[in-house]
Design a protein around this ligand. Structure first.
Ligand code: FCB
Length: 466
């Protein structure tokens, strides 16, 4: 049993990005394995067959987490490792791997936060059914989820169904930058819809099964600041937030897509059946979001169906991803989500900074920019807490350098450096800094910590109103 903590400081990874295919419990093929084979899709022609070989190194990796003083670890399960065909015969060795990982975490007093789907759909389902476009894939996802709840649910208290459905639909089906590489907006909205059904069916299985703990979905949203103070730009920024966060956030809380999206996209937006609507409405126990950067938004009628255009603030420094560093955007986003969906508990499930060409020198990796990035974002989140956001946990992306999807291995996000040739791991300065931050009590190390412990809903609501 893990100890209940008022706040969890952690780090995050995902299966496809760190695991490698693995000699033990070798996994089935995912849509990302196939996508990596298409020339020109992944920088440097990289793939996920080896990466950090976490399946062989998981004990070392949990020891690293312990050295970082992590209280929680968010990782994802590889569906094709557990069910190589997506459904049917279970790969016991694959399932055993996650069982052992969870045991190892519990023994280290690190709470497991489990994501059921972080983009690596079994290729078999893509071939047989057309993947997420087919309604049966949602049903198979719920069956797979039940299998995982049954096996490790006695030791896990926080679950996430689907990581960033926005990215799956947008990058996978609008612009084709991610697997499976489709460029068709109508199909993208259909996939988004099936992801919502999949989430809702898994949550229904979780709730009906009486498993312990809480469940949600990982949203992702950049905060959208109006490019000017005009009413038009301010409205445009709200529409941009609704277009991104509301696309998935509104259905899982209110039970339907935002009106603004329905009027803008018309019949591209699917309808929920009565039955699906009942399942999807209030299908989250908490808000979980990832945050990396913010943009500036101007009204631009005709530019896109929602009538806005986004750009990055040219005056901001950028990370190696080209993303502008806007720490205060995290505060704004957390407040926006809490105001829209009510005072639910909130988890920040990813936030971090990419760098390139990081090297180990005399056993150290000096990354002062990353320390600055995470420190300023911690402070930003703390301001949101002071204004009433019920933030319960913060997970830095990422525990360790890994395969950054279409960007290959060049973009390093880790608190721990990975030499992909030798598999040697080195804690970066940012990791040492984070370990110290957690040891000193996180925010409690800086002044006025009381509100973090008191957690009084009444107190928070009144803050939100002021
Ligand atoms: C998020 C993904 C995660 C990682 C970060 C940088 O969108 O969820 O896997 O790639 O971006």
């Amino acid at each position: 049993m893990t100890t209940k903590r008022p706040f969890t400081w952690g780090a995050a990874t995902s299966a496809f990005q760190i695991e490698g295919s693995g000699e033990i419990g070798q996994r089935g093929t995912s849509i990302w394995d196939v996508f990596c084979e298409i020339p020109g899709k992944i920088a440097g022609g990289a793939n996920g067959l080896r990466s950090c070989n976490h399946v062989s190194h998981y004990r070392d990796d949990v020891a690293l987490m312990k050295a970082l003083n992590l209280q929680g670890y968010r990782f994802s399960i590889s569906w094709p490792r557990v069910l190589p065909e997506g459904t049917g015969t279970v790969n016991q060795a694959g399932l055993d791997f996650y069982d052992r990982l969870v045991d190892e975490l519990i023994a280290a007093d690190i709470a497991p936060y489990v994501t059921l789907y972080h983009w690596d759909l079994p290729q078999a389902l893509q071939m047989k059914l057309g993947g997420w476009e087919h309604p049966d894939t949602a049903r198979h996802f719920a069956d797979y989820s039940r299998l995982i709840f049954d096996r490790i649910g006695d030791r896990v208290s926080h679950w996430f169904t689907i990581n960033e459905p926005w990215c799956v639909a947008y990058f996978g089906y609008f612009n084709g930058a991610f697997a499976p590489g489709v460029q068709d907006r109508r199909r993208g909205f259909q996939v988004g819809h099936q992801l919502l059904r999949a989430h809702a069916l898994a949550v229904a299985a979780f709730r009906a099964g009486g498993y312990r703990g809480e469940i949600g979905i990982n949203l992702n949203c950049e905060f959208m600041y109006p490019a000017s103070d005009t009413i038009d730009d301010r409205d445009a920024a709200q529409r941009a937030l609704i277009d991104m966060a509301g696309w998935f956030g509104d259905p899982v809380w209110f039970g339907d897509y935002p009106n603004e999206m329905r009027s803008a996209y018309g019949d591209l937006i699917p309808q929920f059946s009565d039955e699906d609507q009942k399942l999807v409405k209030q299908s989250i126990d908490f808000i979980a979001t990832n945050y990396y950067f913010s943009d500036l938004v101007s009204a631009a009628p005709g530019e896109n169906p929602m009538g806005y255009i986004r750009r990055s603030d040219p005056n901001r420094p950028k990370t190696a991803m080209g993303w502008p560093i806007v720490a205060e955007g995290l505060e704004s986003l957390l407040i926006w989500l809490t105001q829209r969906y009510g005072n639910l508990p909130v988890y920040l499930t990813e936030n971090g900074m990419a760098k390139e060409n990081e090297i180990v020198e005399d056993g150290f990796v000096h990354d002062p920019e990353r320390i600055d990035y995470i420190r300023t974002h911690f402070e930003s989140a703390r301001r949101a807490v002071e204004k009433g956001v019920d933030l319960r946990g913060y997970f830095v992306w990422s525990l360790i350098d890994n395969l950054e999807w279409a960007h290959g291995f060049a973009k390093r996000f880790g608190l721990v450096h990975c030499d992909f040739e030798t598999q040697v791991r080195t804690i970066k300065d940012s990791g040492l800094w984070y370990a110290d931050w957690i040891a000193r009590g996180g925010w409690n190390a800086i002044e006025s910590p009381q509100h973090l412990d008191s957690n009084s809903a009444g107190e928070r609501e009144s803050c939100m109103e002021s």
